[in-house]
Design a binder for this molecule. Structure first.
Ligand SMILES: [Ca+2]
Ligand SMILES: [Ca+2]
Ligand SMILES: [Ca+2]
Length: 614
């Protein structure tokens, strides 16, 4: 028997732990246009009059004059080489949403951008939902989980206790679904929704399809409505597929990640028709470059079949997503230069250092006492980050800032415990802030432990959709999981190329729109009406085995050219192979009435309804 390997779907290269607030110009900051040839004179004059130069560029400088108005500055700087003085206007990046605030230093709770983007902040969670997270376990030490609403199962294959994290992945995912609305940390899509945690992998990050089949059954036994899987791998497996099919047939909803290879490969379990496939978008409603985009069609030539449940159905935010981390696995960075806070990223070595700055160039020399008690400002390039920081420390420096030599933030590390010979806090900075940082006279840099951090991946988008599904469904408990899946697609915000596309599916999930749609259309009352007509014959017989209830369906008369049939169970459709027989594990005990109808896939050629009563 073949084993298929499943890996946690997050883009390791995109882990970003820069947590400080964006750089903000003070209100008393001015732009001074000058004759370039006389700029030196103007700079001297500016400093003499108490100005602090922030930007030195071709034909202009920018400077702050503490407590001075524009007219006062114009009065002070009355010089023939100055062409113009004006307010330096505040500009922010045109991101629609951003996660840039550190919950550890911010006194209030941070709402991750994906929550706003998917309208989860516009709807209140009701009781009755439970989300099963199949992942790497959950560390609740952040305090942002309602512990009395979290249960779990240990995997018998030895991954350890579900309440101990095997890496950050499972804890991050769980926070995106369920972090509490409690005035600290972050808030999830469905704050405080009950969770059932099944730990199938550790930090190394893999499991087998059989582990997932077992986990799906455990989710069912735990009474979960939704299964959330931020994982996947290549190749289908029928045992696994049946487990998810059964969960779906029993009114459940199964959600899984599309994958992070940025190609058109179909991952499983997301690729099964019974599982809803999720792609990732960023905070500007753009697709993530890593989000996989399999075609909805399979086969070749005349054998091509199209199934919209084998490709991406919807997306949610999954780029630089802020969520909960296990204790000790995340660090946050701080960088303040001349009292202005700048974006930064943690490199290594916990601690806070403050001092005058020293420009170390590319940091390739060590001179004892040259940087005594100072913060080294170092450009990226030529030698390793580690050796730059080591030279700073060897020169007496107490902290280091390494500035990127290409646009964007510098993210880097200094090696592990055995190779990192440095001990002073070291942080990265963006090239865009270089001109301001190299002229700063004093700095504070810090690297601190935090219970929150950023990850990117379809792994992060998947729990966002699972949480939105729980939130919407909790407001409409008569719906089946398949109906919630349908309404999330019907109400998604179109993005990318107009209309449904392979990257976004139907678009970005919208909680409020889905809620309103169900309410307005009575979408879930009485279920979907199956098509009528046709001459398929169907028999359904119910029986009990090992404490659970099963139904055997057998049918005939469906066009053999059509490879699949739609099975309607209590009005909820799912697709299965047109091979004439299917056994459904109802995962139920006690009395109940179940109706079944079988149709040629995508047609109104159907059987009569067959009913099983327990
Ligand atoms: Ca919170
Ligand atoms: Ca699917
Ligand atoms: Ca589109």
């Amino acid at each position: 028997m073949k084993n298929f390997k499943f890996t946690a779907l997050f883009a390791a290269t995109a882990i970003a732990l820069g947590l400080s607030a964006s750089a903000q110009a003070a209100d008393d900051r001015y732009v001074i246009q000058v004759d370039e040839s006389k700029k030196g004179l103007v700079k001297v004059l500016t400093k003499k009059l108490g100005g602090v130069i922030k930007v030195d560029s071709y034909g202009f400088i920018a400077a702050t004059f503490s407590g001075k108005s524009l007219s006062e500055v114009k009065g002070l700087l009355n010089n023939p080489h100055i062409k113009l003085i004006e307010d330096d206007q505040l500009r922010k990046a045109f991101n629609l949403y951003d996660d840039l605030v550190d919950p550890n230093t911010n006194s209030s709770q941070v709402t991750p951008y994906a929550v706003i983007q998917s309208q989860a902040n516009q709807l209140l969670l009701q009781d009755g939902m439970k989300v099963c997270v199949i992942d790497s376990g959950l560390d609740m030490s952040s305090g942002d989980f309602l512990t009395d609403r979290v249960t779990g199962d240990n995997d018998p294959t030895g991954t350890g206790n579900w309440f101990e994290a095997g890496g950050e992945h499972g804890t991050h995912v769980a926070g995106t679904i369920a972090a509490a609305d409690n005035n600290f940390g972050v808030v999830g899509m469905a704050p405080g929704v009950p969770l059932h945690i099944i730990k199938v992998f550790n930090a190394a990050g893999w499991a087998y399809s059989s582990d997932l089949a077992q986990a799906a059954n455990l989710c069912g036994e735990a009474g979960a409505n939704i299964i959330s899987m931020s994982l996947g791998g290549g190749g289908a497996n029928s045992t696994e597929e049946n487990a998810f099919k059964n969960f779906t047939a029993n009114r459940g909803l199964v959600i899984a990640a599309a994958g992070n290879d940025g190609n058109s490969v179909r991952s499983y379990p997301a690729g099964y028709s019974s599982v809803m496939m999720i792609g990732a978008n960023d905070n500007n409603n753009k697709i993530a470059d890593f989000s996989q985009f399999p075609s909805c069609s399979s086969g070749k030539g005349r054998r091509v079949t199209t199934d919209e449940e084998t490709c991406v159905e919807v997306t949610a935010g999954g780029v630089n997503t802020l969520s909960t981390f296990p204790a000790g696995l995340a660090t946050a960075a701080g960088l303040t230069a001349d009292t202005v806070a700048y974006d930064t990223s943690a490199m290594e070595n916990l601690g806070t250092a403050q001092g005058d700055t020293i420009d170390m160039g590319i940091g390739d020399t060590m001179t004892p006492n040259l940087a005594l008690g100072q913060i080294c400002v170092i450009d990226r390039g030529t030698i390793s980050f580690h050796d730059k920081v080591k030279n700073c420390e060897g020169s007496g420096g107490v902290g280091a800032v390494i500035i990127n030599n290409e646009p964007g933030m510098l993210y880097g590390t200094l090696g592990d415990e055995t190779t990192n010979m440095t001990s002073i806090p070291a942080v990265g900075a963006a090239q865009e802030d270089r001109s301001a940082l190299v002229v700063a006279t004093s700095m504070t840099v810090s690297v601190t432990e935090t219970d929150y951090g950023f990850l990117s991946g379809t792994s992060m988008a998947t729990p966002a959709v699972s949480g939105v599904a729980a939130l919407v469904w909790s407001n409409h408990p008569t719906c089946t999981g398949s109906q919630i899946r349908q309404v999330l697609k019907d109400t998604a915000l179109d993005a990318g190329t107009a209309g449904k596309d392979d990257y976004f599916g139907y678009g970005i999930v919208q909680a409020k729109a889905a809620n309103d749609y169900i309410a307005e259309k009575n979408f879930c009352d009485g279920g979907t009406t199956p098509p009528t007509g046709g001459d398929l014959t169907l028999t359904a017989s119910g029986y009990k085995s090992k404490g659970s209830q099963f139904v055997d369906l057998t049918w005939s008369g469906a066009d053999p050219e059509n490879g699949n049939v739609d099975v309607y169970q209590n009005g909820s459709p799912f697709q299965t192979a047109n091979d004439g027989a299917l056994t459904i594990d109802l995962n139920a005990k006690g009395g109940g009435t179940y109706t079944f109808k079988v149709c040629e896939a995508g047609t109104s050629t159907c059987s009569e309804t067959a009913t099983v009563v327990f």
